[in-house]
Design a binder for this molecule. Structure first.
Ligand SMILES: [Zn+2]
Ligand SMILES: [Zn+2]
Length: 359
């Protein structure tokens, strides 16, 4: 029977401590006595177990109440399975989670740009990309050790691959220089990969471009990136939509400029207009002004992960002719006369005509 313990004293608290105080006391002490910070220090390890046990009881409302009733006679079965699971849980939550994220960082992703057309973005597409990537060596299963031998845990960092270096009040974590962050030491290198554990290989990926993709949209292949001591990163294809010769994109709308002639604007017409989904016929009503925006519904960009589609906005530009055939000129003059306007006669000199030729 283990000796009765004063869990409050272990955490440096009194009986009225709040749940928050208990948590922060545990956090502070656990950081101080964590075995990773005190390699080989048995006393620190024992103390760490003790504070964890105290926290285990005091952080659980029911257990704390029982403990408070029984006072120091309460005996928590620290070595039982529940206790061990709890420790593991705390470990992964407090340390592996927080510590890995902070000190070791996440493994780095590989980013690769994929150029696509605006049509690809509108209709969706699958683009094949071959990448030369480092893959785990099949001979040694990525350990880098010759088959039949096994790497040993690095003594310098205890297998974590990181070493804490004190810096004033804080400590910073850096890669272990002895094992280069691997946490393992290979004694007999694998003949295939020469101990690196990885081999460069060409791999082909089908990059599925989602409908509505825009520049900056990423397609992620989880766990296919760089192999690093802290795990394998992701492979990211970053989409870049190339400029289109006819269309500009504004959010989910597509803009297009359509040139029409003066008679078409005045009399109205039917025109074929290109869209991302093929040409459509658009009726331009008589009397359409230059700058009029006509909307082709659902001919724009799809909204990503949605059934909604933007519109194509057709801006009508009425083209004013700058050079006329004598016949056209005569007709415009006739129009002006019918309107009752005064036409300034354009008597062209030989020089004017020559200039027009070179313009
Ligand atoms: Zn190998
Ligand atoms: Zn090491």
């Amino acid at each position: 029977m283990a000796a009765a313990k004063n869990y409050y004293a272990i955490l440096g608290l009194d009986k009225n401590a709040t749940a928050k105080e208990i948590k922060s006391a545990y956090h502070r002490l656990a950081m101080q006595y964590h075995p990773d910070k005190n390699p080989g220090d048995k006393a620190a390890e024992e103390h760490f177990k003790e504070i964890t046990e105290a926290y285990n009881v005091l952080s659980d409302e029911r257990q704390r109440a029982r403990y408070d009733l029984g006072g120091s006679d309460f005996n928590f079965n620290f070595n039982g399975t529940a206790g061990a699971d709890f420790i593991n849980d705390i470990f992964s939550q407090f340390f592996n989670g927080a510590k890995n994220a902070r000190a070791r960082g996440k493994p780095h992703d590989i980013k690769e740009t994929v150029h696509i057309t605006l049509e690809n973005a509108a209709l969706g597409a699958t683009i094949k990309r071959t990448m030369r990537l480092e893959e785990p060596c099949a001979t040694c299963q990525g350990t880098g050790a010759k088959p039949g031998t096994a790497p040993t845990i690095c003594g310098a960092c205890g297998g974590s691959g990181r070493i804490e270096v004190p810096r004033g009040l804080f400590s910073v974590s850096r890669e272990c220089s002895y094992c280069h962050g691997r946490g393992r030491i290979v004694h007999e290198p694998c003949p295939t990969c020469l101990g690196r554990g990885v081999l460069a290989k060409d791999r082909t990926f089908n990059v599925t471009i989602p409908k509505g993709a825009a520049s900056g949209t990423t397609v992620r292949f989880r766990g296919e990136g760089r192999i690093e001591p802290q795990g394998r990163g992701d492979l990211l294809f970053v989409i870049k939509v190339d400029k289109h010769k006819d269309f500009t994109r504004e959010g989910n709308d597509i803009k297009y400029k359509l040139l029409i002639s003066v008679p078409q604007a005045v009399l109205g017409t039917m025109r074929e207009v290109p869209t991302l989904y093929g040409p459509v016929n658009m009726r331009i009503p008589a009397g359409t002004k230059s700058g009029t925006i006509m909307r082709l519904r659902n001919k724009g960009m799809p909204f990503i992960n949605s059934d909604m589609v933007g519109d194509e906005l057709v801006e009508i530009i009425v083209k004013i002719p700058t050079s006329l055939t004598p016949e056209q000129e005569a007709l415009y003059k006739e129009l002006a006369r019918l309107d009752g306007e005064i036409v300034i006669p354009q008597e062209r000199t030989v020089w004017d005509r020559m200039k027009a030729m070179f313009d």
